[in-house]
Design a protein around this ligand. Structure first.
Ligand code: ARG
Length: 466
C-alpha cells in the first residue's frame, strides 16, 4: 500500500483513488465539524477496548493523549485536513496512527458506518439541547411583549378580515402555544437520538467481546435511571436516519410557525396596519428609496422556512429507495442536517431579539379595536340571552349591520328606535353591548381572549418559563 493512500483502501487496491473520484466522494469539506464528537466517540471506544484487553493501559494512555492533542490542534485551527483522506473519521484516525503506533488498533470492532451514526447522534443531541433553550427564550420574548402591552386590544382576523376583538397578548400567546408543541416534539425526539449505535460495526456487529453498554454509559446514552441505551439491531443501527428526519420535520414545522409569525409582524409593521414599530437596529433600508424601513428579518424568517422544508424533503427522498443497510448515499444527510440546524437556530434567536426590540403602537391598535362591527356577534349573543334562537339572532343582526351601512353610521350609533325597527327584542340595555372593556370582560372561557383569562394565561406562561 502506498503510504499516501487513504486508510480505507486496504491491500486489495493497487492504487489510490483517481483525483476526480476523491474530489467527488470526499465529505471532509463539511463533516469536519463533527470532529469533537468523533474524538469523544474514539475516546470511549478506546477505553472499552482497554477494558476488554485489546489495548494495554499504556496504549490507551497514548491514544488518549494523541486524540487530545489532535483535538486541541483542530480547535486552534492548526490541524490540516486532507481531502484525500475523505472524511473526518479517517483524517483523525490516520493522523493519530501517524503519531502513535497504537492508533492502528483504534478501529478494532468499529466501522465508519457505526462511527458516523454515532457522531451525528452526539452532534444532534447537543444541537437539540441548545435549540430547546432557544425556543424557551423566544417564548419568553413573546410573553414579555404581551406583558408590556397587556391592555392593548386589536381586531382578531379571519380571512384577513376583521372578526372579533382580542388582546394583543392573546395573539402572541397563540405563538407561545405553537412553540410549546415544537418544544415538546424536539424533547420527545431526543429520546430516539439518544441511543448508541457503536458496536453495530459495518452491518453485523463484531466477533470480538465488545462492551457496548460501557461505551454507551461513557457517552451518556442512558435512560433516566442511568441504564445504557444501545441499538438493538445492527442493520438498523447503521442505516437508520429516522432521528435526523424527525429533527428535520420538527424543524420544518417550527420554521413554518416562525414564518407565520413573521407574516403577522410584516403586516403589523406596514403603514396600512401600523400596529408595531420594529427598532431601527432590526430593520433595513432601501438602496433607492430613502424613506423605506423594511422588516427584512421577518421576511428572511419567512423565506428561510423554504430551505428548512426543502431539507426535510431531501432527507426523505434520500432514504426512500435505499436497500439495507449503509449506502454511501447517506453521506448526503449531513449538509441538509447541518443547514437545518444552523438555519432554524439562527432564526429562533434573531426573532427573539427582534421581538425584544419591537414597540406596540397602542393608539393605532385602540382605534382599530374600537370598530363596533367587531362586536356584531356579541349583539347576536345579547338577543340569544333574551331567548331568541341563534340562527334568527344572526339574521337580525345582519339586517342591523345592513341598516347601519345604508344610513352610513357605525353600528353602535344606531338609535334604539332604529334597532327596534329591525326587531322589537332590542331593549335600552342593547347599547351596553358596544362597551369594549365590558365586552372583553365577558369572554372568560378557558382559552378565550377575556380580560381575566388572558391575565391568567400570561401568568401561567411566566411561571412556566421561569
Ligand atoms: N463519509 C461517510 C458518511 O458520511 C462515512 C461512512 C463511510 N462508510 C463507508 N463504508 N464508505 O456517511
Amino acid at each position: 500500500m502506498k503510504k499516501s493512500s487513504p486508510v480505507s483502501r486496504s491491500g486489495r487496491f493497487n492504487s489510490g483513488p483517481a483525483a476526480d473520484v476523491a474530489e467527488f466522494t470526499e465529505s471532509i469539506s463539511f463533516d469536519w465539524r463533527l470532529w469533537r464528537y468523533d474524538i469523544l466517540g474514539s475516546l470511549a471506544h478506546a477505553e472499552m477496548l482497554q477494558q476488554i484487553g485489546i489495548l494495554t493501559k499504556a496504549e490507551l494512555s497514548a491514544i488518549t493523549k494523541g486524540l487530545d492533542a489532535i483535538g486541541q490542534e483542530i480547535s486552534a485551527g492548526k490541524f490540516r485536513w486532507k481531502p484525500e483522506l475523505e472524511d473526518v473519521h479517517m483524517n483523525i484516525e490516520a493522523e493519530l496512527t501517524r503519531r502513535i503506533p497504537a492508533g492502528a488498533k483504534l478501529h478494532t470492532g468499529r466501522s465508519r458506518n457505526d462511527q458516523v451514526a454515532l457522531d451525528i447522534r452526539l452532534w444532534l443531541r447537543d444541537q437539540l439541547l441548545q435549540l430547546l433553550g432557544e425556543i424557551r427564550s423566544l417564548q419568553s420574548a413573546l410573553v414579555g411583549l404581551g406583558e408590556q402591552n397587556r391592555d392593548v386590544i386589536i381586531p382578531g382576523y379571519t380571512h384577513l378580515q376583521r372578526a372579533q376583538p382580542v388582546y394583543f397578548a392573546h395573539h402572541l400567546l397563540a405563538y407561545v402555544e405553537m412553540l410549546e408543541r415544537d418544544y415538546q416534539r424536539f424533547f420527545d425526539g431526543f429520546s430516539r437520538v439518544n441511543v448508541c449505535p457503536l458496536g453495530a460495526g459495518a452491518i453485523a456487529g463484531s466477533t470480538l467481546p465488545l462492551n457496548r453498554e460501557l461505551v454507551a454509559e461513557v457517552l451518556g446514552f442512558v435512560d433516566e435511571k442511568g441504564r445504557a441505551r444501545v441499538s438493538q439491531n445492527s442493520m438498523d443501527a447503521v442505516s437508520d436516519r429516522d432521528f435526523a428526519v424527525e429533527f428535520s420535520a420538527g424543524a420544518a414545522l417550527l420554521a413554518v410557525h416562525l414564518s407565520r409569525l413573521a407574516e403577522d409582524l410584516i403586516l403589523w409593521a406596514s403603514s396600512e396596519f401600523n400596529f408595531i414599530k420594529i427598532a431601527d437596529a432590526y430593520t433595513t433600508g432601501s438602496s433607492l428609496m430613502p424613506q423605506k424601513k423594511n422588516p427584512d428579518i421577518a421576511e428572511l424568517t419567512r423565506g428561510k422556512s423554504a430551505r428548512v422544508i426543502g431539507n426535510l424533503v431531501s432527507l426523505l427522498t434520500l432514504l426512500k429507495g435505499l436497500p439495507m443497510t449503509y449506502n454511501r448515499d447517506l453521506q448526503e444527510d449531513k449538509e441538509r442536517l447541518f443547514d437545518t440546524a444552523d438555519t432554524i437556530r439562527a432564526t429562533v434567536r434573531i426573532v427573539a431579539a427582534m421581538l425584544q426590540n419591537t414597540k406596540v403602537n397602542a393608539p393605532v391598535c385602540a382605534a382599530a379595536a374600537s370598530d363596533p362591527a367587531l362586536l356584531a356577534t356579541d349583539l347576536a349573543d345579547y338577543l340569544v340571552q333574551k331567548g331568541m334562537p341563534f340562527r334568527q339572532a344572526h339574521h337580525v343582526v345582519g339586517a342591523v349591520v345592513a341598516l347601519a351601512e345604508k344610513s352610513e353610521k357605525p353600528l353602535d350609533q344606531l338609535t334604539l328606535a332604529e334597532l327596534q325597527s329591525v326587531d322589537k327584542t332590542f331593549a335600552a340595555d342593547s347599547k351596553e353591548i358596544f362597551n369594549l372593556q365590558k365586552a372583553m370582560a365577558r369572554r372568560n372561557l378557558t382559552g378565550a381572549p377575556g380580560t381575566r383569562e388572558v391575565a391568567k394565561q400570561l401568568a401561567r406562561w411566566r411561571k412556566q418559563l421561569r
